[in-house]
Write a protein of this length. Structure first.
Length: 173
């Protein structure tokens, strides 16, 4: 879980053994320490699209405003270099579920597009920094508890690097 309001700090550092993100939104939100408060919005890619989770969170946390893509962002976009034959390019699936269709419509509004676009320039760079700058590309330890510890250290290193950058910028400004 990453802050999209400017700091780009890692707020929640949960590790899961689940291969799919579809049911992981709630536990990931809970991984944010209580001392930081509860988020009032959530941005997530299409891996987190889950009708049951959307309905449950709407009931249990009505103050939480979700912006979750229900389509793969790059699957149907025009690609500059697309060599696939036209018959191989699949049209986007029509959403029949009203909950998922409502989320898709929410993301099509100018406000929804602007909010969801923040994910690209705030959340994704954090993973790029972890991989390219910190050089973390795979876990070296085995076992869930050891992997959790290793990931906490990676997130801590990322946050320390980011805090150093923020302090330097604040000192210049």
């Amino acid at each position: 879980m990453v802050d999209t309001e400017g700091s780009q700090l890692v707020l929640g550092d949960r590790v899961s053994t689940c291969a799919s993100d579809a049911g992981e939104m709630e536990p990931n939100l809970e991984s944010i320490p209580r001392s930081l408060g509860k988020p009032n919005a959530g941005l997530a890619d299409c891996g987190y699209a889950n009708k049951e989770v959307f309905e449950r969170l709407a009931r249990e946390r009505p103050e939480l405003d979700l912006y979750v893509s229900v389509h793969r962002e790059d699957a149907h976009a025009e690609r500059r270099y697309d060599w696939r034959p036209l018959e191989k390019i699949k049209a986007p699936k029509t959403l029949t579920d009203p909950v998922l269709a409502a989320m898709a419509e929410k993301l099509k509004t100018p406000e929804g597009e602007a909010i969801y676009r923040r994910r690209t320039c705030t959340v994704e760079p954090v993973f790029g920094i972890i991989k390219a700058v910190l050089g973390f590309r795979q876990f070296l330890l085995r076992g869930l508890s050891k992997v959790r510890g290793e990931w906490k250290l990676v997130c801590l290193a990322c946050n320390l690097k980011r805090l150093h950058t923020l302090a330097r910028v604040a000192a210049m400004g």
